[in-house]
Design a protein around this ligand. Sequence first.
Ligand SMILES: C[S@@+](CC[C@H](N)C(=O)[O-])C[C@H]1O[C@@H](n2cnc3c(N)ncnc32)[C@H](O)[C@@H]1O
Ligand code: SF4
Length: 378
Amino acid sequence: MKELGVYIHIPFCSSKCYYCDFVSFSNQDYKIAGYIDYLKREMDLYKEYLKDYTVKTIFIGGGTPSYLEGHFIVEILEHLDKNFNLKQVEEITIEANPGTLNGKKLYQYKGAGINRISLGVQSLNDRLLKSLGRSHTSMDFFRNYELIREMGFNNINVDLIFGLPDQTIEDCINTLKKVIDLGVEHISYYSLILEENTMMKKWYQEGRIQLPQEEIERQMYHRGIDLLKDSGYKHYEISNFSKEGFECKHNLFYWKLKPYIGLGIGAHSNISNKRFWNHSDFKYYYNSLDQGKIPISGEEIIDKDMEIAEYMILGLRLVKGINKKEFANRFKLNIEDIYKGVLDKHEKGGLLYTDHEWVRFTPKGLDLSNLVYVDLLP
Ligand SMILES: C[S@@+](CC[C@H](N)C(=O)[O-])C[C@H]1O[C@@H](n2cnc3c(N)ncnc32)[C@H](O)[C@@H]1O
Ligand code: SF4
């Protein structure tokens, strides 16, 4: 049986954050029940196609899956179980916003097999939270966190963002310290991306908000890394830190270029050397399913050269890097057969470190990764 990761997209939120360009909508609650029905139909269509796969990880993301009533999440997982082989599932994550959880929902999640909760916290400075358009306060986070623990979950992630408008290094460090003090198992520490078509990008272009200078932003990152490492967290991916044994198994599927299927609007899949993505629009997604078709809006065949380049680019996101033996086993080629020139160049430039077993970024390389990525493309 081949291993598979499954992503399920829930595109509903209580309000739209100013920096967010994910496929997510507020004020569309009347669509929720219908959407769940279509998700189930999509699962039905995959049953035959995926019969040789065993699911190892499930990630219910969004949007805000925890915004939905708990029974919808139970139904999704029950229906998945009817159509996919879930006997060997190791990790089921749900994304949750502080303030949306209660004892009933958490009880339902537990019963449905969810064993990892990922909380989008972003910052514990209430002024910053407001300026991001977040619908919760730091107190909502602390209350929900306590409840999650009381309900017996022992694998919690907290998402944070640094490089926010008006944020200082002290802000970042204070937030990190509070989260570390709670003893969360996993922390994602993201650098803000000013995405197109967001309020924040518009305000930035109009000069209404300012971002920290690049040098400060890099200090936020590196001081964060130092603090997290000193506090016992392993820095295992560019933006991700975990206590020993709590790396996100689902995201490791992406970074190691293992097969995954995405269900729901806008979701992406990568399987059998093919990458495809679903319609991002409810109407087109529903129309396809009404016609009994998998609701794909586009696809790309990944040839061997592209697969190798992607394996390198994604693998280098992992701090321990790419294992040369694993590379050789997968591609029946040595990494040097293809990339000797690139590896030599960037080792000399101080961006890459290589030895007989591994290829990885140096700390300088983590900041200048794009210079390496362009050289890896076919
Ligand atoms: C799918 S999103 C949303 C999860 C959840 N709805 C929430 O907001 O709490 C997952 C994470 O991506 C990060 N993120 C979203 N937009 C970002 C941006 N423009 N720049 C950096 N990180 C971003 C946030 O940390 C967020 O928690
Ligand atoms: S960041 Fe999360 S809560 Fe905010 S709009 Fe995006 S998906 Fe929704």
